[in-house]
Design a protein around this ligand. Structure first.
Ligand code: SF4
Length: 368
C-alpha cells in the first residue's frame, strides 16, 4: 500500500529540520541530479553559480524582443502563450520595464512537505537532512551571496534585480521572506531588488498553528504584505481530490487545505499569483467556479496553468518507480494543453477575454 502524505504533519517536521537558530538549510546543487539540468542550461546567465545558488533568465532573448514589441499581448511571434508573467510583477510598484526584472538569482530550501511526481528537485535535495553538501545559512549570508553575484554579472553587462527563494517549500519558513525584505530595506535596495518566492499551498494549517503557539510571529504575513517588493507564486496541485493526490503525493482529504492556505496568504495582503499544475480537464471548471465564488469573477483570468518539465530528476524518479516515462509525459502534456483550451473557453465565457489576457499584476491588489 502506498503511504499518502499528511502535508500538515510533515510541514511541522520539516520546518524543524530546515530552520535552526534562525538559519536556513540550503540545497547544494553540485551534488544533485538537478545539477545535470542546470549544466544543460548554461550560456546566457543560466546555470549554477557557486554551490548553493543559481541564476536564470526568465525569458530568453529572441522571444523577449517579440514579447516587448507585442504591447499588451502575452503571445510570442509563433503565437505561443508565454508561461511566465513573472517579469511584470514588479512593474506597477517598482517601475521600469519587464526587461529590468528578467534576470533572477535563486536559492533553494532543502526540504518540502509534499512529494510531487514531477518535482524538479531530486529526493536528496528535498529531504531536510544535512547531507549531500547542504549547509545552514543566515538570510544576511544569502543576501551577501546575491550581491556578490549581482556585482559580477553587472560587470558583464547583466542586471540581476530579482532575488528568488524557490524550491523546497519556502513557506515552511516565512521568516526568510521578512528577513530578506528587511535586509534589502536596511541596505537601501528595496526599490531596486524584487523578492519572489513560491508556495505549494499546503502549509496553511501548520502556519496557523505556529503563529498560535508562538513558534512564529503572529503578524509575520501582515509585515511581509507591507513591502511592495514581494510577490508569491501560489501553486494549486489539483482540481479535485484524486487529481490533487496524484499530483502531490498527499492524502486526497487534504485537497481543501490548498484553499485554506491560499486564503490565509491572500487575505493577509500579500500579492499572491495563483498557478495550477496538471489539472484534470473534467473538474477544471468546477475548481475555477469555486475560486471565483470566493474571490470574484476576475479569478477566472488570474489562474495560470504551469506546464511540467521533464527534468532529469523527474525522469529518474519515474523510471525508478517503473512508470512508462513516454506515456506519463504525454498524459501531462495532454492535461496541460486541454486545461489551457478550457481556460480559454472559460475566460471567454465569463470575462469576454482570452486566457492570460488579463494583466494579473494590475488587478491583484484590488482582488484580495
Ligand atoms: S511543492 Fe515544489 S519542491 Fe515540493 S515536491 Fe512539489 S515541486 Fe517539489
Amino acid at each position: 500500500m502506498i503511504n499518502l502524505i499528511n502535508s500538515i504533519k510533515l510541514a511541522d517536521y520539516r520546518r524543524n529540520e530546515v530552520y535552526k537558530d534562525g538559519k536556513l538549510l540550503l540545497s547544494n546543487f553540485s551534488e544533485s541530479e538537478q545539477m545535470l539540468d542546470l549544466e544543460k542550461t548554461k550560456g546566457n546567465v543560466q546555470g549554477a553559480v557557486e554551490d548553493f545558488y543559481r541564476v536564470k533568465t526568465n525569458i530568453k532573448a529572441d522571444p523577449w524582443n517579440t514579447y516587448m514589441q507585442s504591447g499588451d499581448s502575452f503571445e510570442t511571434r509563433d503565437g505561443k502563450l508565454l508561461m511566465f508573467d513573472f517579469d511584470w510583477w514588479p512593474v506597477p510598484d517598482m517601475g521600469g520595464q519587464p526587461e529590468n526584472w528578467n534576470e533572477v538569482f535563486i536559492y533553494q530550501l532543502k526540504g518540502c512537505n509534499i512529494a510531487c511526481p514531477f518535482c524538479f528537485v531530486d529526493k536528496f535535495n528535498n529531504n531536510g537532512k544535512v547531507d549531500h553538501g547542504a549547509k545552514y545559512f543566515t538570510s544576511e549570508e544569502i543576501v551577501d551571496a546575491f550581491l556578490k553575484v549581482r556585482a559580477e554579472k553587472k560587470a558583464q553587462g547583466v542586471d540581476i534585480n530579482v532575488f528568488r527563494a524557490s524550491g523546497g517549500e519556502p513557506s515552511l519558513v516565512p521568516e526568510q521572506w521578512l528577513n530578506g525584505l528587511k535586509i534589502f530595506k536596511e541596505r537601501g535596495l528595496d526599490s531596486e531588488v524584487y523578492f519572489q518566492s513560491d508556495t505549494n499551498l499546503l502549509t496553511g494549517t501548520a502556519l496557523e498553528s505556529w503563529m498560535k503557539d508562538g513558534n512564529m510571529d503572529a503578524d509575520v504575513f501582515k509585515q511581509i504584505a507591507e513591502y511592495k517588493n514581494f510577490g508569491l507564486l501560489s501553486c494549486f496541485k489539483g482540481t479535485d481530490p484524486v487529481n490533487f493526490s496524484e499530483n502531490s503525493g498527499c492524502n486526497p482529504e487534504m485537497f481543501l487545505e490548498q484553499f485554506y492556505s491560499f486564503n490565509l496568504l491572500a487575505k493577509s495582503g500579500i500579492k499572491v499569483y495563483p498557478h495550477l499544475v496538471n489539472p484534470n480537464p473534467k473538474t477544471l471548471e468546477g475548481f475555477m467556479d469555486k475560486l471565483a465564488k470566493e474571490y470574484g469573477d476576475e479569478m477566472y483570468g488570474m489562474v495560470h496553468i504551469f506546464s511540467i518539465g521533464m527534468y532529469g530528476s523527474v525522469k529518474g524518479r519515474l523510471e525508478r518507480a517503473g512508470v512508462d516515462v513516454e506515456q506519463k509525459t504525454q498524459e501531462w502534456k495532454d492535461n496541460n494543453v486541454r486545461g489551457q483550451e478550457l481556460l480559454e473557453e472559460i475566460c471567454q465565457k465569463r470575462l469576454g477575454m482570452g486566457y492570460k489576457k488579463m494583466k494579473r499584476f494590475e488587478v491583484i491588489r484590488d482582488l484580495f
